[in-house]
Every structure is written in structure tokens, then in C-alpha cells.
Design a binder for this molecule. Structure first.
Ligand code: SAM
Ligand code: SF4
Length: 334
């Protein structure tokens, strides 16, 4: 029989936020995220548009009110706008917010459609404003496209948050400039510590930069006022008096935030991961392709609530021997 009960895990955390990866493919190769010769999932293993839609409706029926579409790069999936439009129709009818995380390369093409479908806020990942540095870091010379995409997003009325991974020796010196630029554009800025997810070509520890040191650096220039602003996510916010903008800091390694976790993630193949930093998983694709998909999906979601761990378990230790989780962020959905 179908249940419509809310999703509450064994630690009494109410799960209301879903990050749904619509593809593991990407048109960039950020060095900390995936290797140049990344092996992508066979297309037949990836959920169809109809499956993604039915699954999302199942989640909304169980109290998921915020849904973020991500990847890989969500805008490289051909039928992506159809999915956004279909989900946009649930806004105000169970769904409170539909958002997207993108690298921005295809935003110029899609910003208007995203806004028209009901998306109001997007996160755009941008780790440097230097064209050569961007090409080195992402292995593609796409900064001009990203900047064009950001301008289109702004013109379409989308609220933008710029996500920047703090990288020692790569964008470390540029972080204040990126924050100031973002605030000047009317964008929010979020800084993120690099996490040991999936094998990449370089040793991530070489570029690991604790945000505690970034914050000290920013505080030497600016007045950072702790903000009461909360989004239900892991970021802690500060208002920057001098720029008039807001900064979020996401510190998975230097400060654990799992206690208030309200989220789950689903890969493009329908694997629900109860935690970004763990291997606990249930197979929603099998549920969706079973004889009684709705009941099987509900059952799988109940199981997910039983296995969601108390906290993630990744760390970069003093010697750099970070036990990398085999799964890339682009697979789980960042
Ligand atoms: N392609 C889209 C993008 O870049 O925004 C969406 C997916 S990407 C995996 C989502 C976010 O994860 C990006 O902000 C990216 O910088 C971040 N990310 C990827 N690998 C990471 C890692 N190992 N540690 C920390 N952040 C990571
Ligand atoms: Fe692609 Fe995003 Fe990973 Fe960069 S961070 S390689 S844009 S999925």
C-alpha cells in the first residue's frame, strides 16, 4: 500500500531537499572533479526523462519541497528543458523551489527557458576569472561562454550564486577578487573546500585549502559580519560590509555540519545515496522498472531513511592520505 508519510531518518532529521543528477556527463574537466579521460555511464543505464519525472513526483509526494537539478553538467542533457518544464508545473503544488547547479557554459542558450519554467535561483560554478587559468583548471577554454551565460541569467531575472572551490596555489590569491566581482554583479558568492570524491589525475591534497585560512585572509581586507541567513544547507553566511554582498562558506572538512542534514541525492541512474560522503544506497531505478513502481519507490524511500548515516566520513588528514570515496561528485550530483 502507498504511504504518503514524510521522510524522516533514524536521527529524526526531516528530509525535504533532493539533489537530482540528470547526467554524469560534462563539457568541462575541472581538475579536482574528474579526469580528462573520464568514463561516463552507458546511456541505457541513465534514467529516461519519464523515469526522472515519475521519480521526482514520488519524492514530492513524500514531502520533498526543494529540488535541485545537477550533474555532471545538467544543461548538456538534450531533454533537460522538458524536465525543467514538467517539474516547474509542480511549483506551488507540493514543490516550493526548483533550482539548478550549472557550470554556465550553456546558460546563454537556456536562461530564458529556465526562468520561464519557474526557476528563480541558480548556482553557477566558477573558480577563476582568468581565461588562461580557467582553461588550465577546466581543460577547456570556455570562460567567455560562461560569462555570456551569466549575463543572460541576470537579464532573465535569475538570482545567481557563484560557487567557487578554494584551491591552494590555483585560485587562492584570486578569491577576494572573485568575491568582489560576484558582489559587484549582484550575485552571492559561496566558497567550498575541495572534497576527496573519486580519483582524479592530481593529488587533491596539493590544492586543499581550508576555508578557515581563506576567511582570515578576507577578514584582513573586509569586515565579515556573521549573518542569520540560512537556506537549510550546509553553508554559514557572512555579510561583507564593504561590498554589500553575502558570502557562504561550506566547510565539509574543517567543520562538520551533518547534524542538520535535510538532503538526499540521486544519481542519473537512479541510485539514491543517503549521504554524499558515504556508500549507503538504494536502487530507485529497479523500483521504477518494477511491476508496481509507485509502491516499490515508496518502499525504497523508507529503506533510505533507515540507512542514512549520522555523518559523512571523509577527511583530508595531516599527511594528505585522504581516503577518496570512489564515486566522483559528478556522479552523485554536486
Ligand atoms: N557541472 C555543474 C557545476 O559545475 O556546477 C554541476 C555539477 S558539479 C559536480 C557541482 C559542484 O561540485 C561544483 O560547484 C563543483 O565545483 C563541485 N565539486 C566537484 N567536485 C568537487 C570536489 N571534489 N570537492 C568539492 N567540490 C566539488
Ligand atoms: Fe563538470 Fe561541474 Fe565537475 Fe566541473 S565541477 S567537471 S563543470 S561536473
Amino acid at each position: 500500500m502507498r504511504t504518503c508519510s514524510p521522510l524522516v531518518d533514524q536521527f529524526q532529521r526531516r528530509i525535504t531537499y533532493l539533489r537530482l543528477s540528470v547526467t554524469d556527463r560534462c563539457d568541462l574537466r575541472c581538475a579536482y572533479c574528474m579526469p580528462e579521460r573520464m568514463t561516463f555511464l552507458p546511456k541505457k543505464d541513465v534514467l529516461s526523462l519519464d523515469e526522472l519525472h515519475r521519480m521526482a513526483l514520488g519524492f514530492i509526494g513524500r514531502g520533498i519541497t526543494r529540488l535541485r537539478l545537477t550533474g555532471g553538467e545538467p544543461l548538456v542533457r538534450r531533454d533537460m528543458i522538458d524536465l525543467v518544464q514538467a517539474l516547474g508545473r509542480k511549483l506551488g503544488d507540493g514543490l516550493e523551489e526548483l533550482t539548478l547547479t550549472t557550470n554556465g557554459t550553456r546558460l546563454a542558450e537556456f536562461a530564458d527557458d529556465l526562468a520561464a519554467a519557474g526557476i528563480q535561483r541558480i548556482n553557477v560554478s566558477l573558480d577563476t576569472l582568468d581565461r588562461a587559468g580557467f582553461a588550465r583548471l577546466t581543460h577547456r577554454d570556455s570562460l567567455p561562454q560562461v560569462l555570456e551565460g551569466l549575463a543572460a541569467a541576470k537579464a532573465a531575472g535569475l538570482r545567481v550564486k557563484i560557487n567557487t572551490v578554494a584551491l591552494k596555489g590555483l585560485n587562492e590569491a584570486e578569491i577576494p577578487e572573485i568575491v568582489a566581482w560576484a558582489h559587484g554583479q549582484g550575485f552571492e558568492s559561496t566558497l567550498i573546500e575541495v572534497m576527496p570524491l573519486g580519483e582524479v589525475e592530481e593529488d587533491r591534497f596539493d590544492h586543499y585549502l581550508p576555508l578557515s585560512s581563506v576567511r582570515e585572509d578576507l577578514e584582513r581586507r573586509w569586515t565579515l559580519v556573521p549573518s542569520q541567513h540560512r537556506t537549510g544547507g550546509p553553508a554559514r553566511y557572512f555579510d561583507v560590509a564593504e561590498t554589500g554582498g553575502r558570502i557562504g562558506l561550506i566547510t565539509p572538512l574543517t567543520q562538520n555540519f551533518c547534524e542538520g542534514c535535510n538532503r538526499i541525492r540521486v544519481t542519473a541512474t537512479g541510485q539514491l545515496y543517503a549521504c554524499l560522503g558515504g556508500n549507503e544506497r538504494v536502487d530507485l531505478r529497479a523500483a521504477l522498472r518494477s511491476e508496481h513502481p509507485e509502491a516499490a519507490l515508496d518502499e525504497a524511500l523508507d529503506m533510505a531513511m533507515k540507512i542514512k548515516p549520522a555523518r559523512h566520513n571523509f577527511a583530508i588528514d595531516a599527511r594528505g592520505a585522504a581516503p577518496a570515496l570512489a564515486r566522483h561528485m559528478s556522479v552523485t550530483g554536486g
